[in-house]
Design a protein around this ligand. Sequence first.
Ligand code: HCA
Ligand code: CU
Length: 382
Amino acid sequence: RLRVGLLDSTLREGEQTPGVSFTVEQKLEIARLLDEAGVSMIEAGHPNVAPDVYEAVKRIIGLKREGVIRRAEIVAHSRAVKKDIEVAAELEPDRIAIFYGVSDIHLRYKHRVSREEALSIIGEVIEYARQYGVKVRFTAEDATRADYGFLLEAVRTAREAGADRVSIADTVGIATPYAIRRLFERLTSDEPGVEYDIHAHNDLGMAVANSLAAVEGGATIIHVTVNGLGERAGIAPLEQVAVALKRHYGVDVVDLRRVVRLSRLVERYSGIPVPPTAPVVGENAFVHKAGVHVAGVLANPETYEPYPPEWVGRSRDYTIDKYTGRRALQARLERLGVRVSDEELVEILKRVKQRASARWLRDEDLLEIAEEVTGRALRPRP
Ligand code: HCA
Ligand code: CU
């Protein structure tokens, strides 16, 4: 059985989505729901970024202290800069996460330091943070494009300086599952003195697959955001990772019945709409359309469902339109309390198929057709 938990970064990475800014009150509400859902860690923000971010991190830490947030470890994000660390440490979070680019491209163009200089900076800032008595995670930013030997040196430097966790960030979403699994297998075997997080960006749509591969390779924390918010294409969505962990490994990392509510709330507060086709939380996630599909689902939902919608507190449905088949139509009419003969059913279906429109038929419209065909009053009269 896998040992794994979630770090939710909706309030940090998620607020790095262009156009998104949560109010402090919204952040407190989201943080409480995340804790109730059961995430292991909440990355509350980067206190030195802006005054309201500082305020939100401070108040979330306050909720933890008051016992309102009961379980989740509260993490503050920080650059490898003393000022950031001081501002974060002052708030006494459970953990400070310090990130530093470890690929040559980051070293050369962003940090403008040599590998040797980078190692000494990493060691120095982590030791500095540890003096405050706070737990430290080191984030190896752009780790998936880094030279493995150097990445390992950076991880060892972080451990020696006092970090007990290292986040391996696929910062540009470039990794593939096989490479990620190998990377974590190597790291956990070459440096077993720390625990590893996976932070997977979704630029190539691989964030969830890479996160699962990382866990198979030994990662024990997966970074997620509600609805997959984040820079560019975002990171692994909480709802997808949580369901996938249950579906594939039988692991419950959060109370799945709470994820839809979280998704709706974050959709509203972020202003970033969830597409109908989104897994787990999208409007269509459990809606069937084609006659063959609906007939299958009516006989046994497993024919076309990977897991029961009840897992996430949702229910299945099917649409009536030109793709509909007899079984589906009959089931829908029965649901509406309408019994028709075989001939009538065939005629109703014919008329349904003639109405080719993008929007499926409402029950109203279906009943109208059924009335035309049967010559009986089927709709309640006003
Ligand atoms: C950032 C970079 C980061 C850090 C990830 C982490 C990334 O926006 O600060 O701390 O685990 O993708 O590398 O989000
Ligand atoms: Cu990121």
